[in-house]
Write a protein that binds this ligand. Structure first.
Ligand code: MG
Length: 252
C-alpha cells in the first residue's frame, strides 16, 4: 500500500481493531507486545484527527486502557457490548449486569472448563460481560470440531451468541456489535461528517467494514483472514503507515 498516506484526508475518522491489527497475536491476550512507540503515535494521530480515532476491540475496556496507558481513547469494547464515546461517557448495550451474564453463560463456561482440563495450553478468559476460550497455545494443537460447536450451540440461551475468531471462541451477550458501535460513533462528534476508515483483521470486523464502505469510507484488512478494499501484510506494516499519517502536519 505504498504512498497511501496521501489518500487519507485530514477530515477522516479512524476505527482500529487491536489484536492482530495494531499488535501481533501472542501466546495469550496478556502477553501481546505493545511497542514503546505505539501509544505516542496513537496520541499524535488522534490529535491530528481532532480526537476522531476510536478503538473497536473484543477486549474489555479496562484491559485495552491498560494496554494503551495512559491514553484513554473513545472505545467500543467487548465487540461493541460496551462503548466509551468521544466525551468519555461509558454505556453498556442493553444494560446487563455481570451477574446476569454469569447466570446465562454458566453451562457454556462449564463446557469451556472441560476442554481446558482435557487440552493443555487451552485457557478461558473471563472478561466480565464475555467469556473467551483461547486455543492458540494448545499442545498438541487442538481446535473445536464441528460436533463441539454443535454442543456449544445447544447450550446457548436466547441472550447469548457465540463468536468465532482467530484461534478463539467467545460467548457474549447479544445486542451491540462492532457494526452498531461504529454507527453510534459516526452519529456523534468528533466522528460525524468525517470519512470513516476501518482497519481490522478478523471476521468480527467484517460487518463494521461493510457499514464503512456503504458510507463511502475506506477499509483495510491486516493479513489474509478477511478481504477489504485495501490490505496490509501485518501489524508492523500498519504501524509504519499510521506513524507516517501521524507525522503529517498539513490538513489536506
Ligand atoms: Mg483482531
Amino acid at each position: 500500500m505504498s504512498g497511501s498516506s496521501a489518500i487519507v484526508p485530514g477530515d477522516a475518522c479512524l476505527f482500529l481493531d487491536f489484536d492482530g491489527t495494531l499488535v501481533d497475536f501472542a501466546a495469550g491476550p496478556k502477553s501481546v507486545i505493545v511497542t514503546p512507540d505505539l501509544v505516542p503515535m496513537l496520541r499524535d494521530l488522534s490529535n491530528r484527527l481532532d480526537g476522531a480515532l476510536a478503538m473497536i476491540t473484543g477486549r474489555a475496556l479496562d484491559d485495552i486502557d491498560q494496554m494503551l496507558w495512559p491514553l484513554q481513547l473513545p472505545t467500543a469494547a467487548l465487540h461493541g457490548t460496551m462503548r466509551r464515546d468521544g466525551s468519555g461517557k461509558v454505556t453498556i448495550v442493553g444494560n446487563p449486569s455481570v451477574e446476569d451474564f454469569k447466570v446465562a453463560s454458566r453451562r457454556l463456561c462449564q463446557q469451556f472448563q472441560r476442554w481446558v482440563a482435557r487440552h493443555p495450553g487451552v485457557c478461558v478468559e473471563d472478561k466480565g460481560l464475555a467469556l473467551a476460550l483461547h486455543f492458540r497455545n494448545a499442545q498438541p494443537r487442538w481446535t473445536p470440531e464441528p460436533d463441539d460447536l454443535k454442543i456449544l450451540a445447544s447450550l446457548l440461551t436466547p441472550d447469548l451468541e457465540l463468536l468465532s475468531g482467530d484461534l478463539v471462541l467467545e460467548v457474549r451477550l447479544r445486542g451491540g456489535n462492532k457494526r452498531t458501535a461504529v454507527e453510534a460513533f459516526l452519529a456523534e462528534p468528533p466522528f460525524t461528517d468525517r470519512m470513516p476508515i476501518y482497519i481490522g483483521d478478523d471476521v468480527a470486523d467484517v460487518p463494521a467494514m461493510e457499514t464503512v464502505e456503504r458510507r463511502g469510507g475506506m477499509t483495510i484488512a491486516i493479513g489474509a483472514r478477511i478481504d477489504a478494499r485495501w490490505c496490509m501484510p501485518d501489524p508492523a506494516a500498519l504501524r509504519l503507515w499510521l506513524a507516517a499519517l501521524a507525522r503529517r502536519n498539513d490538513p489536506s
